[in-house]
Design a binder for this molecule. Structure first.
Ligand SMILES: [Zn+2]
Length: 322
């Protein structure tokens, strides 16, 4: 039984998630489908043997029903295929990339998909039936391989995580504020300067005075006024990671350069200092000196639904609050 994991920020480790049902579902559908194929084959064989007997009408009806079952199964396989593709994309883009593991290539994920002729024994049936059977078998096998590779990938991630707990505590991996993203990373229209330029972070909508949390363990490397960023805090997390929080109204007492903070500590409060359109938090993640998309690093407390919602808002909003 394969198991997926999610990151529990209180426990600081990955714990199994109830994804078993997907697995079970795939295996059950696979079995049902194979039974279906065998039964269809028998029915077709019987049909050709007893053509012209009174049983023919009944068998025809049964055959029709089996074919339509096979069609429905095909639809299910297409849906499962889309789901496993999304899982694999998240796996590559989020977990593996963030942890610094090599993304698995599409070829690796498809690992040895057989040619079309491995099921040539099905050619004895009518063209439509044999095509449908071949499609179903080939795609089920591919699906099963991809699920297995996904399981291996998650196992590798879990192992990496458990071996690198200290690094995991330091990566800026949570939301810096209990709010939603209004503008994403990349080229955005600047609200004040009115031209498109790279937006090095994400913006969270927030009323003035909303608490801001350190997104990973680290050491404060900047705390004070910082040009157009207004009152700014920067944390050096080590392992090549830094995080930056801009346009604050105030800095939490005791937070100053050199101070060690832990993930979840309150470090300051949102405001509208610097060049901004209105109160918000501008948040950056810097990896090896370069700004990266912070959304890819919030894997520790975003559900897949929240991630997708944030990703959508972040991509649709053309304008930053800066
Ligand atoms: Zn911004």
């Amino acid at each position: 039984m394969s198991t997926f994991f999610y990151y529990d920020k209180n426990e600081c480790k990955f714990v199994p998630i109830e994804y078993n049902s997907l697995d079970r579902f795939i295996h059950t559908s696979a079995q049902l489908l194979l039974y279906g194929i065998v039964v269809t084959g028998i029915v077709i064989a019987l049909m050709s043997a007893y053509a012209g007997t009174p049983a023919e009408i009944a068998l025809k009806a049964e055959n029709k029903e089996l074919l339509s079952q096979l069609q429905r199964t095909k639809t299910t396989i297409v849906t499962l295929d889309e789901q496993i593709t999304r899982l694999a994309e998240n796996d590559n883009e989020l977990y593996r990339t963030v942890l610094g593991l090599e993304p698995l290539s599409y070829d690796e994920r498809l690992a040895g998909t057989g040619g079309a002729d491995v099921h040539s024994r099905l050619d004895v049936y009518q063209a439509e039936t044999s095509e449908l059977m071949k499609w179903t078998l080939t795609n089920l096998e591919s699906l099963e391989r991809r699920v297995n590779i996904q399981k291996l990938s998650f196992d590798e991630i879990k192992h990496y995580y458990n071996e690198n707990q200290d690094k995991m505590r330091h990566i800026p991996a949570i939301r810096p504020i209990n709010s939603i993203i209004t503008s994403g990373f990349g080229l955005r229209m600047h609200p004040v300067y009115r031209f498109r330029r790279p937006h090095d972070g994400v913006d969270f909508r927030a009323r003035i005075g909303t608490p801001i949390y350190a997104t990973g363990d680290g050491q404060v490397s900047l705390a004070g006024r910082n040009g157009t960023y207004g009152i700014t805090i920067k944390i050096d997390h080590g392992y090549g990671f830094e995080s930056l929080y801009a346009h604050l109204s105030s800095i939490e007492q005791g937070v100053r350069v050199g101070r060690r903070v832990q993930r979840g500590d309150i470090i300051g409060y949102t405001g509208d200092t610097g060049v901004v359109e209105g109160p918000h938090l501008h948040y950056e993640v810097i990896r090896d000196g370069r700004a990266v998309d912070p959304l890819n690093y919030m894997f520790a407390d975003l559900s897949p639904e929240e991630y997708l919602a944030f990703r959508r808002i972040s991509e649709e909003n053309e304008k930053s609050m800066d």
